[in-house]
Design a protein around this ligand. Sequence first.
Ligand code: ADP
Ligand code: ADP
Length: 228
Amino acid sequence: QPILRLQDVSKVYPNGTAAVQEANLEVGEGELISFVGPSGCGKSTIFRMAAGLSAPTAGKIEVLGTTPEEARRSNGISFVFQEATLMPWSSVRDNVALPLKLRQAPRKVQDEEAERALELVGLQDYAKALPRQLSGGMRMRVSIARALIANPRILLMDEPFGALDEITRQTLQEELLSIWRRNPGMTVLFVTHNAFEAVYLSNRILVMTPRPGRISREIAVDVPYPRG
Ligand code: ADP
Ligand code: ADP
């Protein structure tokens, strides 16, 4: 039973751009999937549709047995954007706690869970810092912690490693692998331009080609990482 399914999904933007054409995809629980392809091949569009942030013009998307919007509302699916969008005047901890605040969780729960999520990404010492006091890589980790705080079953990340220097990139890759391995039920889909990253970090690579954006090939990768 797939937890994410795209059936003949197409997206034509109002200006006529055919961003995605007849995409078909079934994702099983616990997969770690990468999307590769040149700029403009529809990777972000697929992610936005899967997260319920943009509607397909044709076809059907099912997430966790429901609609993408409903899955996002119930925190079943979380989306980490390419640029870490944090509230500049709020502490790192409050930024991370935002999804729980929106659900009106008690303050104490918000703080405890935020500290736990910050630990997952190695930022437990920065709870009281402001976003501008952190490097780009650290801000990306804060965004990931914010996505993880609600224990989503599906995590979507649009080029999470793109803007980072080599060392930070490697650290964050190892952190992602380690989080994924410790949570066997967690499914991760991410976008990358980097073929090495795709091979190293995923069990399945979806190759997209532009004009129109299509999932044109799929590559299975042996994952040597034990989980649990
Ligand atoms: P990728 O993430 O692979 O770079 P995108 O999904 O961002 O690709 O874009 C796919 C195509 O759709 C591109 O040609 C892009 O310019 C276009 N596009 C993306 N968003 C919009 C939009 N909101 N309105 C019109 N065209 C868009
Ligand atoms: P919807 O699925 O509800 O139509 P969109 O994904 O089209 O939502 O909305 C994204 C916003 O980005 C739109 O308001 C659009 O005006 C804007 N946009 C327009 N052209 C582009 C482009 N080439 N790349 C990215 N965003 C664009």
